[in-house]
Design a protein around this ligand. Structure first.
Ligand SMILES: [Zn+2]
Length: 326
């Protein structure tokens, strides 16, 4: 199958509408503002590419022949997502609908190098004709456009061309983005979010921002380095080399209650700054004691992500898969 042939704007519009629940060609035409003939042609192409399937007849609004219902064909395409954390590598495989169909976790030894990550990825990622590619999520700072990363908390990783290295080694298209951006994409895949922050407290601390419904990366892919904003002048030394960052103060807190209180105060600043209406919490620190963190948050809609530990790798896969639906 030639996936490149189904990437026109109208193809992606049709895929997006089917994913959103448009059942028939007539529904799609009405919602997309396309002629029924154009939609029939696009749907025929997507059916033959194996991305859509017909599920049977549904009753239309008026008389005439019943309409054939359409849905995404899960096995029509897939994408891999990986999360390079500070101590482990998580890899998931997503089907066309974004459903997680497999998941692996491999420990990474202290001071691991880029080559160690590629060695760990190679047996877990198989290129194939319906494989769209691999999304890799990692801590910032990084440049989303060229996939060059200098992540905080990974000693020796400075200006690593991770995307180019991974494409060369694995033989498939690769996208690299921050772990927190991947996380907020995963959260927004299942439910609409408008002005929201995904606050991720794991081995590091950061936020993924959705502003006006769009992922906000900033001018230099640096948005969301919330963990490295200063909350305590002359506070504890941080992995980034500065003092008193939210991440360092949170990590140095004497108790879970105190850690949650630090994060709550920092998130309150963020809500004030950006007028956010939704906060979603995740990361292993949050997942260990979600109630503590929920209680410490400011007075906006706050929830804990239901994705569990695979939130970031799922979002990394969606960086690739989501392009079919944009
Ligand atoms: Zn810092």
């Amino acid at each position: 199958m030639d996936l490149a042939s189904v990437r026109s704007h109208n193809d992606r519009t049709v895929l997006r509408l089917v994913r959103a629940g448009a059942l028939s060609r007539a529904d799609i035409a009405a919602e997309a503002g396309l002629t029924p003939q154009a939609v029939s042609k696009i749907v025929a192409r997507l059916l033959s590419a194996g991305l859509l399937e017909e599920t049977g007849a549904v009753r239309g609004g008026g008389r005439g022949k019943p309409r054939m219902a359409l849905q995404l064909r899960g096995d029509g395409a897939c994408a891999y997502g990986a999360y390079v954390d500070r101590d482990e590598l998580r890899v998931v495989r997503l089907d066309l609908a974004g459903t997680q169909v497999s998941s692996s976790v491999v420990p990474l030894a202290p001071m691991f190098a880029p080559a160690d990550v590629l060695d760990a990825l190679a047996p877990l990622v198989q290129p194939g004709e319906n494989v769209l590619g691999l999304g890799i999520a990692i801590a910032g700072p990084l440049d989303f456009r060229d996939g060059v990363v200098s992540p905080n908390g990974l000693p020796g990783w400075s200006a690593v061309p991770l995307r180019a290295l991974a494409e060369q080694r694995l033989g498939l298209p690769v996208v690299v983005d921050k772990d927190t951006n991947a996380a907020v994409l995963a959260e927004a895949w299942a439910r609409p979010l408008r002005d929201a922050a995904l606050v991720f407290a794991g081995t590091g601390l950061g936020v993924g921002l959705l502003l006006d419904g769009e992922l906000h990366r900033g001018a230099r892919s640096g948005a969301g380095e919330f963990g490295h904003t200063t909350i305590q002048l002359d506070g504890p030394l941080c992995v980034c080399g500065r003092r008193g960052c939210v991440e360092a103060v949170h990590a140095a807190a004497g108790s879970g209650v105190e850690a949650a209180r630090v994060l709550g105060a920092a998130v309150a600043n963020l809500v004030q700054l950006l007028d956010l209406d939704q906060i979603v919490l995740s990361g292993r620190r949050v997942l260990e004691s979600p109630e503590l963190y929920l209680r410490a948050m400011p007075d906006v809609a706050v929830s804990v992500s239901t994705h569990g530990p695979d939130l970031v790798p799922v979002g990394a896969g969606l960086l690739v898969l989501g392009e079919l639906f944009r």
